[in-house]
Design a protein. Structure first.
Length: 95
């Protein structure tokens, strides 16, 4: 099951002002970058975290980064933990 834009925004209301096209692209990238067979029931959550991470890397969202000089975000940290829990970190791709 793919995470819808409405579900994504319900989980991550901080992106409500982001243009819908950007959200749709980030969600599509997440679907292409994650493996549902590895993540199982956590797949939708992982897609949302991946999309949120990608959106947080945009210049307009620099405050969402954990460190101004890195690409780490709270979302990537959660996604990494989720991937380790699923035992498939080697198959999860972060842009």
């Amino acid at each position: 099951m793919a995470l819808s834009r409405a579900d994504f925004l319900a989980r991550h209301p901080e992106f409500a002002r982001v243009p819908t096209a950007q959200i749709d692209i980030a969600l599509a990238d997440a679907v292409n970058g994650l493996d549902e067979t590895v993540l199982g029931d956590e797949y939708d959550r992982a897609c949302g975290l991946h999309a949120a991470h990608s959106l947080a890397l945009s210049p307009a969202a620099q405050k969402a980064r954990l460190n101004a000089w890195s690409s780490d975000t709270p979302y990537s940290a959660q996604l990494d933990a989720l991937a380790r829990k699923a035992g498939g970190a080697y198959r999860v791709i972060l842009d």
